[in-house]
Design a protein around this ligand. Structure first.
Ligand code: SF4
Length: 274
C-alpha cells in the first residue's frame, strides 16, 4: 500500500507524504481538544470510524517507499489520544496482564472501550511503528500531537521531528512538555492561533507553522502572529495562506532538513590557521 500525498499546503510544497498508520482520536472525548475537527468530518462523511485505530496493513509502507521522503505520521488522528487502539489488518501483538488492567481502567473512563476489537495496547503499537521508522534512515518523519507529555515515554530515532499544537494560551504548557525532551528537532503548529501570545517562549523550537481554520473560517490572531514573528525571529516560520490576509502570508520558511530532505553539509572552513 503506498504512502499518500496530501493537499495540506506545507506538505504539498515539499512534495511530502502522509502515513496514516494510526487514524482517529479520543481527544474530544477526553477533553483535550475543543476545535472543530476536519479529520472527524471526513471520517463521518465516508461513514468510517473515528475511534483511534492502528492499521497493521500500512505498517511497512515507509520501508516499501525507497526514495527519501518527508513523511507526516498520522495526520488524521492523534497517536497519543488513547491507551488502546482498535486495529485493522493482521495484529501480531500479545495482550499482557498489565494491558488488561489498563483496559479495565480505560473502560471506566471511556465506555466505548468495551467494544470488541479494542485490545491492542497503544504503547506496543507505537513501539512497532518506531521500529519501522528506525529502519528507514532515508526518510524524515514528522509527528504531531496535542498530548506531547507522552513523547518522553518513547525513544525516537534521529530521523524524527516531534511536534505539538497550540491554539490558546492555556495550551502553552504543551511547548514546555516538548522542550523537556532535550531533542533538537521540535516543531509547533498554531492552526489557528486564537489569542495574543505574550507569554510564549520558543527556546529549542526548530520550526513553527501558523495557519487558519477552514470551517468555520478563522484567521490567526494578528497580534499573536506579530508576537510569534518577534519571538521566533531566529527560527524558520511557515505561514499558511489561510492564516493571514497581510504580507505575513508570504513567509514560507522550512528548516533545511524538511525543505531539501537532508541537511546540507556545512561549507569547508577556509583560511584555517595551522
Ligand atoms: S486532536 Fe486533532 S484529530 Fe483529535 S479531535 Fe482534535 S483536531 Fe481532531
Amino acid at each position: 500500500m503506498p504512502l499518500t500525498k496530501s493537499n495540506i499546503e506545507y506538505i504539498k510544497e515539499v512534495n511530502g507524504y502522509c502515513w496514516n498508520v494510526i487514524t482517529g482520536c479520543f481527544n474530544k472525548k477526553n477533553g483535550v481538544c475543543k476545535l472543530p475537527c476536519w479529520a472527524e468530518k471526513i471520517a463521518n462523511r465516508y461513514k468510517k470510524s473515528f475511534n483511534p485505530t492502528f492499521h497493521f496493513e500500512k505498517l511497512l509502507d515507509p520501508i516499501k517507499h525507497k526514495k527519501p521522503a518527508r513523511i507526516w505520521v498520522s495526520l488524521t488522528g492523534d497517536i497519543f489520544s488513547s491507551h488502546f487502539f482498535y486495529y485493522t489488518g493482521e495484529c501480531s501483538l500479545q495482550v499482557t496482564s498489565s494491558d488488561e488492567e489498563q483496559l479495565r481502567i480505560e473502560k471506566i473512563i471511556n465506555p466505548e472501550a468495551t467494544m470488541e476489537g479494542m485490545n491492542c495496547s497503544s504503547t506496543a503499537c507505537i513501539c512497532e511503528l518506531l521500529q519501522v521508522v528506525a529502519k528507514c534512515p532515508q526518510h524524515t518523519f514528522l509527528f504531531l500531537t496535542k498530548r506531547p507529555e507522552f513523547y518522553k515515554e518513547f525513544k525516537f530515532p534521529e530521523n524524527c521531528w516531534l511536534g505539538t499544537t497550540v491554539n490558546y494560551n492555556e495550551d502553552i504548557h504543551r511547548i514546555k512538555e516538548l522542550q523537556e525532551n532535550k531533542y533538537n528537532k521540535l516543531w509547533v503548529s498554531f492552526e489557528p492561533l486564537y489569542e495574543n501570545m505574550d507569554k510564549i517562549k520558543l527556546d529549542g523550537i526548530s520550526w513553527v507553522i501558523l495557519g487558519g481554520q477552514t470551517q468555520p473560517k478563522v484567521k490567526s490572531n494578528t497580534m499573536g502572529t506579530l508576537q510569534l514573528l518577534d519571538k521566533g525571529k531566529d527560527i524558520p516560520i511557515y505561514i499558511k495562506d489561510n492564516a493571514s490576509s497581510g504580507t505575513t502570508c508570504k513567509i514560507k520558511n522550512f528548516p533545511p532538513e524538511i525543505e531539501y530532505g537532508e541537511v546540507p553539509e556545512p561549507p569547508e572552513s577556509i583560511g584555517r590557521r595551522i
